[in-house]
Design a protein around this ligand. Structure first.
Ligand code: F6R
Length: 383
């Protein structure tokens, strides 16, 4: 059942090269084959995304007033990671709602809102209630689930199955990366007609093509993450700093450490550092800084420098071959986690993998139950 692994969580982390491929299978057309004899051949349209469950709804979604992502926990983090991608590709306002908070506030939803409900199980009570609430208000409800026939899959008007395969470990891992792939594909499908976005779309599609191999590459960091976990296993707390696309990575890494390793951990938006969190920084508290090369890189370099100036104990997640970061960190004695580079909207998919491995090893070393953390259930069917 566990395919030679000790725990389901470990198996599911290692399945990700295949699960993301399953999410894309039959939906992403990568090839750019010149058809010399065909005068109607358009090279740009060779790269395309077909989401069967959404094809009839694409123009309705495009003409909506806004896209609203609604989810809980890790699924919410997947929405957060893809918000900017969706804003940039769909060119619509995108809002994010934690299902419980949306219901607590009875937030306004309108007929021309496009509500996207993201849920691995498809049975989460708050997400399901938020779905009923949005339906009553006449919004188009789109499901992004991993469970065919689940309540959310059945009750939404249309949707996308992420096809990540059964996830048994309570901590969501492979569903998270597949949700991000599915939401990115949705953004690509919504932008198909945009000439202005063609080259951006093509580079994302090219990057999706090599994503499984890049995840395979990053899984090789397992021994390194075990040694980092050895170093951190007695700690009380672990902070994770990120911003931009990787704010979600910081929140998700902290959630994993909290829920399975039972260690206090907090994901912090690096842009908020000076508005409070900086007071926590000393020579003892371990801090992971996510500083891969994207639009936020220069700002993250400055965060690293400011933290080092206060003697912080840093673990920096950066791209392989980042000599600038290597140089800055050499003097501070920081530890580097080096990951392959991809387009910035897919980088969170690569970045979370070593942090999933870290939380897995921390849990085993601390002697806790990996697949069934105390007090938690895989599917939260009561509010
Ligand atoms: C964390 C985790 C939870 C779920 C949340 C929503 O690892 O698994 O935070 O993400 O309970 O569950 P779904 O996605 O099934 O709606």
């Amino acid at each position: 059942m566990k395919g030679g692994y000790d725990h389901y969580m470990q198996k599911e982390i290692n399945e990700q090269p295949d699960s993301v491929l399953q999410t894309m299978r039959g939906r992403v057309k990568f090839d750019q084959k010149p058809k010399a004899m065909d005068p109607s051949w358009d090279p740009y349209h060779e790269k395309r995304i077909t989401l069967g469950g959404l094809v009839d709804r694409i123009s309705t979604i495009r003409s909506g007033r806004r896209i609203m992502f609604i989810a809980c926990g890790t699924s919410f983090h997947a929405c957060l990671a893809c918000r900017q991608t969706m804003e940039e590709l769909a060119e619509l306002p995108v809002s994010l709602e934690l299902a419980s908070d949306l219901l607590d506030r009875r937030a306004p939803i309108f007929r021309d809102d496009m509500c996207v409900f993201v849920s691995q199980s498809g049975e989460t009570a708050d997400t399901l209630k938020a779905l009923e609430y949005a339906k009553e208000r006449g919004a188009l409800c789109i499901g992004v689930t991993n469970t065919v026939g689940s309540a959310i899959a059945r009750s939404t008007h249309c949707g996308v199955h992420i096809n990540a395969g059964c996830e048994i470990g309570v901590a969501s891992t492979k569903a998270y990366t597949s949700q991000m792939v599915a939401l990115t594909m949705m953004g690509l499908a919504l932008s198909e007609d945009s000439i202005r976005l063609r080259s951006k779309r093509n580079s994302i599609i090219d990057a999706l093509g090599v994503l499984p191999d890049q995840i395979r590459e990053v899984l090789k960091l397992d021994a390194e993450m075990l040694s980092l976990a050895e170093q951190l296993k007695e700690e009380q707390s672990l902070l994770v700093f990120g911003r931009g696309y990787n704010y979600a990575t910081a929140l998700e890494a902290a959630l994993k450490v909290k829920e399975v390793a039972l260690m206090h951990s907090e994901g912090i938006l690096a842009g908020e550092m000076k508005h409070g969190p900086l007071a926590l920084v000393d020579e003892l508290l371990p801090i992971i800084v996510i500083a891969t090369r994207d639009r936020m890189y220069q700002k993250m370099l400055s965060v690293v420098q400011q933290l080092l100036a206060r003697g912080a104990r840093l673990i920096i997640l950066c791209n392989s071959g980042d000599s600038e970061m290597k140089e800055i960190c050499a003097s501070g004695g920081s530890r580097l986690i080096k990951v392959p580079e991809t387009v910035e909207c897919l980088q969170p998919i690569i970045n979370i993998v070593p942090l999933q491995l870290l939380s897995y090893h921390l849990t085993v070393l601390r002697g806790y139950n990996v697949d069934q953390p105390r007090n938690l259930a895989k599917s939260v069917t009561v509010s």
